[in-house]
Design a protein around this ligand. Sequence first.
Ligand SMILES: Nc1ncnc2c1ncn2[C@@H]1O[C@H](COP(=O)(O)OP(=O)(O)OP(=O)(O)O)[C@@H](O)[C@H]1O
Ligand SMILES: [Mg+2]
Length: 446
Amino acid sequence: MNRPEAAPALASSAPATAPADLVRLRLATEPLTPDTTVLDVAQRFLEARHAGLLSLPVVDADARPLGVISRYELMSVFLQPFGRELFGRRPISALMNPDPLVLSLTTPIDEAARAIAAKIASPITDDFVLVDERGYAGTGLVLDVLRAVEDRLGERGRELERAYAHLKSSQLQLVQSEKMASLGQMVAGLVHEINTPLGYVRNNVEMTRAALGDAARLLAAQEALIGALTGTAEPGDDVEQLLAQVDERRTSIDAAALDDLGALLDDTLHGVGQIGDLVANLKDFSRLDQAGLQKADVNRLVESALKITQHIVRKRGITVVHEAGDVPPIDCAPAQINQVLLNLIGNAAQAIEHERGRIVVRTQALDQRVLIVVEDNGKGIAADVLPRIFDPFFTTKPVGQGTGMGLAISHQIVGAHGGAIRVASRPGAGTRFLVALPIEARGGTA
Ligand SMILES: Nc1ncnc2c1ncn2[C@@H]1O[C@H](COP(=O)(O)OP(=O)(O)OP(=O)(O)O)[C@@H](O)[C@H]1O
Ligand SMILES: [Mg+2]
């Protein structure tokens, strides 16, 4: 577009983040007086400095805007037969639009855009008049307002994009830290679980060593005695003395310990087996960061989550029942499903405050889905709390005990698997969570 020369401060040169007023869009256009003749006005329109203007402003002696005269209006007059002769000498006040859009210089861009949309007719034939406290202050172009609005929108869009990227990365960080939290929980659980069998394996091995030491010493004494009796012994070995030694070692030996040796070793093997199981579970969990889909047996995932939460559950004297249904393997990120189970079982255990605690984890196949139900007979969830439990950071637990991210992340994980998570609760009676996961993945996962 041709810019009027007398318009030094133009909108397009202003940064997109310019203050939201019309100062920067102002064109310093010299106004007409009401008695300027139509011919004079026509002449003005022809001047290069007015080339970009659709209309010229008309003000009174006190600089109050009286109206605008548009190029379009003038042209239609001159196109009439004898228009020039009839109107040329008349004052412009006879032809001007006496009700132009007048805006203050401090009007925010958005408001200006709204005022333009409400007042200026289409096709756009007028510019608008700008005023300050002293009266007429310049002319504004609709096109410049449009450009400024577009810049503003672009900037807002970029801000939104930045905010979205920021949110996304914080969300990833949260998922990661929740993963680390469940890793920490798991390690604590495993250390505890491994310590118990390790303790009695060590004890059994020590008892076995003591018993075998006694037996070996008896054997040595017996061999010496046999040597003396068969004449292969060193001279001076006194049969009498050797007999006494055998006798003494035989009585000092713990016969019961020797008899128990078999059971002791069975026990030890059992303990070692338990440690082996725990290590196998750890191996399942070591895929924690591997988010790729694979076929996994949900009952195994439940078993492994139960093993890891065993110490919390046992500490509270809670009975845990796994009603394993006949379910096909599902496409999932096992570590993520484990994370969900850990949180649901952990929440259930934490909700039980009485001695008859019971948690049931049930699996079942239904249509194309596998259902996992985690049910407790804990304190339940109040009706006003229920709608908020999946909200990030919502927790009713004391500071330091809950981050309030467990269910938010579980919800996200289940959603990313194309599944659903539902809750039903009766305050004072218990809570049931239902997780439904598709057997076959349709989309990707988180
Ligand atoms: N089985 C349940 N019984 C009673 N209340 C529950 C149960 N599960 C969840 N809630 C409620 O939902 C809230 C949110 O649970 P969520 O797992 O998201 O966070 P949290 O357990 O408080 O903290 P975090 O999981 O980070 O340790 C809990 O604070 C609790 O009030
Ligand atoms: Mg939780």
